[in-house]
Design a binder for this molecule. Sequence first.
Ligand SMILES: NC(=O)c1ccc[n+]([C@@H]2O[C@H](COP(=O)([O-])OP(=O)(O)OC[C@H]3O[C@@H](n4cnc5c(N)ncnc54)[C@H](OP(=O)(O)O)[C@@H]3O)[C@@H](O)[C@H]2O)c1
Length: 254
Amino acid sequence: MSSEDDNKTRGAAGGAAGSAATERAEGTTTAVIIGGTGALGYGLAVRWAAAGVAVVIGSREAERAVEAAERIRQTVPGAEVEGLDNETAAKRARIVFLTVPFRAQSETLNNLRYALEPGQTLVDCTVPLAAAVGGKATRSLVVWQGSAAQQAAEMVPSGVAVVAALHTVGAPKLADPSAKLDEDVLICGDRKADKAPVATLIERIEGLRAVNAGPLEIARIVEQITPLLISINVRYKAHAGLKLSGLPDGDPWG
Ligand SMILES: NC(=O)c1ccc[n+]([C@@H]2O[C@H](COP(=O)([O-])OP(=O)(O)OC[C@H]3O[C@@H](n4cnc5c(N)ncnc54)[C@H](OP(=O)(O)O)[C@@H]3O)[C@@H](O)[C@H]2O)c1
């Protein structure tokens, strides 16, 4: 039997945290991005804002988040976006994306321990690149738990689900709204019910297809694809992403 549970209802995970119950009823409408002032978070914010998803940018300094939100409004007129300190931002929606450097992952999650509540899902996007501690971007660090995502799972409060995603989508292409995306996003997590709403949100970005990659422990493989892509992209001077062939149509989350 799979380690994934058999909950067949897309988006039916967890209990309520803040506006969570409303969000489940209405679909996933808001993305919180902790570290949203940085390259990946900002790129995601631009794309979600353009797709009509409400975005909450989190930062260690609220002013930086407000500035980033203003830049997004200039890029995407009419964007529904606000900037807040990380702890306040984390309470604003059920799904919270973590886009900070690996060296800052533990500290950030420690600071969020009283902000995150049961029923929320933390989507860990961090990659344990050696570059995070001054090494090469084409090498990765060994994480005792197996992956950065599994380390995150040890740190979040009880009842908060951890899903891993978005490791292979490059920030420069995301942040350029004129750049066409055509990539797959591998999603790892122990419950389909946690992954499905994350997939829905990711697929709001045109050109991204969410792929169910299996349980959270598979993140130890997925996180290694990033240094591989970096190595290829350096050689080709490109922004290549990941695209799987041969997957059938249909809902892998049901
Ligand atoms: N860049 C990419 O193309 C890409 C693609 C896939 C995955 N990733 C992964 O996503 C994560 C974020 O990457 P990124 O390139 O967006 O990182 P980044 O721009 O260097 O940093 C993102 C944000 O993290 C926050 N942060 C919190 N603690 C920090 C600390 N101690 N030192 C520095 N910044 C800190 C900063 O926000 P505040 O200062 O506002 O708090 C910063 O703007 C990384 O784990 C990376 O491996 C990146």
